[in-house]
Write a protein of this length. Sequence first.
Length: 598
Amino acid sequence: MAKWRIVYVLGLLQAMFGLCSNAQRIYGDPNYPFVRNATQAPPLLLDYDYIIIGGGTAGCPLAATLSQNFTVLLLERGGSPYSNPLVENLVGFYPNLQTNTPTSASQQFTSEDGVPNNRARVLGGGSAINAGFFTFADPQFVANAGWDVALVNASFAWVADEVAQFPTVGVFQGAARDALLEAGVTPYNGQTYEHVIGTKVGGSLFDSNGHRHTAADLLTYANPENIDVYLYATVQQLLFAESPTDVPGQQPQPRAIGVLYTDLEGNNHTALLSENPQSEVIVSAGALGSPQLLMLSGIGPTDHLDFFNISIVLDNPSVGSRMADNPTNSLWVLTNEAVEVSLIEVVGITSFGSYIEVSSGQTEALLGVLEGDTINFTTPTEYGDNKLNDRPVTAQVLQSRIVAAILETPSGPLRAQATWGGTILQKIWGPQSWGLLRLASLDAGDNPRVRFNYFQEEVDLDTCEQGIRLAMDAVEAPALSSLQYTNDSVPPLLTPVREAVLASWPPRDSSNVTQDSINIREWCLDSVTTIWHYHGGCLVGDVVDRDYRVMGVQALRVIDGSTFGQSPGTNPQATVMMLGRYMGVQILRERLGSEAGV
Ligand SMILES: Cc1cc2nc3c(=O)[nH]c(=O)nc-3n(C[C@H](O)[C@H](O)[C@H](O)COP(=O)(O)OP(=O)(O)OC[C@H]3O[C@@H](n4cnc5c(N)ncnc54)[C@H](O)[C@@H]3O)c2cc1C
Ligand SMILES: *[C@@H]1O[C@H](CO)[C@@H](O)[C@H](O)[C@H]1NC(C)=O
Ligand SMILES: *[C@@H]1O[C@H](CO)[C@@H](O)[C@H](O)[C@H]1NC(C)=O
Ligand SMILES: *[C@@H]1O[C@H](CO)[C@@H](O)[C@H](O)[C@H]1NC(C)=O
Ligand SMILES: *[C@@H]1O[C@H](CO)[C@@H](O)[C@H](O)[C@H]1NC(C)=O
Ligand SMILES: *[C@@H]1O[C@H](CO)[C@@H](O)[C@H](O)[C@H]1NC(C)=O
Ligand SMILES: *[C@@H]1O[C@H](CO)[C@@H](O)[C@H](O)[C@H]1NC(C)=O
Ligand SMILES: *[C@@H]1O[C@H](CO)[C@@H](O)[C@H](O)[C@H]1NC(C)=O
Ligand SMILES: *[C@@H]1O[C@H](CO)[C@@H](O)[C@H](O)[C@H]1NC(C)=O
């Protein structure tokens, strides 16, 4: 759409609806009176200091902070996390990932690598559908970002106080903790949010009753007088106008002035910033959503946008580039007794970039997750060669052997034993391999196409090999092996399952070091899964500057995991929430002075 036409349409809407910037409040959500359904939003909302797109892990703390002193509109395409049992309870974690309706909190996608994946579509974002593990960034990551360390620390504390606590570890997590220490992942650092080499118990969004906290809880710090939140509001496009720059002689730049969004009934709505030149649109739509929305709005690689007939606002080939997902490989362990149902609690942080994480009691979940078709890795696309090309097997093949064995056994007794096991998984640092994101359609509600090129760089395979050797050492260490299934300790029922579990481990060759290494590396490729820590697409330096302003346009920032060049810490969410708070305070300080936002 030509810019003059947008401005014209807006003028028309304004004339029709007047200054209807404040909809009648609908007190539908018991938790926050300012949260409403977008179908109830007027066609035009006006006069916001900030319009934030995506009420996710970064968007919620950012909106809460900015609303202290400015008016904020937060638009989230999903629904409320509150009173959604799949979101609120720990045991809902895997079943939730199986849902995929137009309004489910999890939206499934399969990357072009052929690896199944999930993304958030709910207020709270990833923090409302994730495994809850809560841990800070590596201090080196903070240093590289050039952030103000004191404000980073204060922002981590602000987030942690509201959403995180330490779990009480059960039998399996405790055994895995001891086994990691026996395997040499030392020292023991006890309970800590800090990223330190050794073995530790990290934080969790889940409390002792298995009840989840999310980033949406941070909206409790919002000023209710200054914030409007609309749910089921899918932003389709950012709106721009030409704007002269402050710099004499410089070409006018596009300036973000508002957004177009749709509700569940398919109706179009417009929201506009105030005329104050310091007003801004902030995109916090996540690593898939943010580069996708920039492209849909005309910011991205010209050739790709031309293909979709999208008018160019700014050519930037880096939008959607550097998409990465940390490869993850799991060792399944069958135990000789029922163990606690837990997500991630114990982690081992090595000095060589392998992070070993533990979960348990999920055999039931395995059944749910892995029933169904095996997905093959894809053939080459225009992105070129990929290490996973032409590999007909995936993690799903290995794991479906376990499922097949389980399904062969009578379901009654087996389901009673559904918590007889756990996983020791490895996520690798970085990663160094990366791919691309491209549009699949012109609808922002659709998934874009994304390819992560797992293990494309040899160094990622090196880390996988080294880390999996260590993880196997832990599985075979006394503390864990004493908990493992033996023929004597369990009814014969589980013997085929045990065999399938063992067959899902890397085939070893102790007589030939070269062959042994090949085996483990092949296994890393064949059994790769996601741990859902994908990031990139709007990197600092490529798409945004160090203040997260989109380079080449005005009044537009991107603040979320899409700006990361690597996944921070062992797990990213605490850093993403911290970034939302941190940038909220920084923006308040830019406008109100250094005392603001504390
Ligand atoms: C299944 C799963 C398990 C995980 N486990 C852990 C874990 O245990 N620990 C950990 O630290 N990390 C974990 N992660 C990763 C972590 O949750 C994410 O890295 C983090 O939540 C990303 O935050 P974000 O703000 O970048 O994006 P998100 O939190 O995804 O926020 C983006 C928001 O924008 C909305 N949105 C997108 N497009 C639009 C649009 N066009 N209009 C309106 N709204 C839009 C989305 O609905 C979403 O709510 C997990 C992630 C998943 C998916
Ligand atoms: C939001 O509005 C849509 C369309 O009117 C409706 O179908 C849906 O049930 C509403 N959702 C909630 C949670 O109110
Ligand atoms: C900003 O908001 C805070 C909290 O509401 C308030 O104490 C402070 O006075 C405000 N600052 C300005 C400059 O308005
Ligand atoms: C921030 O926290 C880290 C880790 O706890 C600590 O080492 C550092 O001294 C703190 N820095 C500041 C400036 O508070
Ligand atoms: C919303 O806007 C789009 C694009 O301008 C248009 O194609 C569509 O018909 C509109 N929808 C409704 C319900 O008016
Ligand atoms: C772009 O426009 C051309 C010419 O109108 C049309 O043939 C083509 O289908 C459009 N492409 C897309 C992806 O909509
Ligand atoms: C996956 O690949 C195998 C072997 O190449 C083939 O038999 C099978 O049909 C494929 N499955 C799907 C879902 O494409
Ligand atoms: C133990 O199980 C293995 C295979 O899992 C089987 O080969 C072996 O015979 C069993 N031993 C006993 C004593 O049952
Ligand atoms: C070890 O394995 C490699 C790779 O398969 C093979 O080339 C080599 O001949 C083997 N060495 C021995 C001594 O078997």
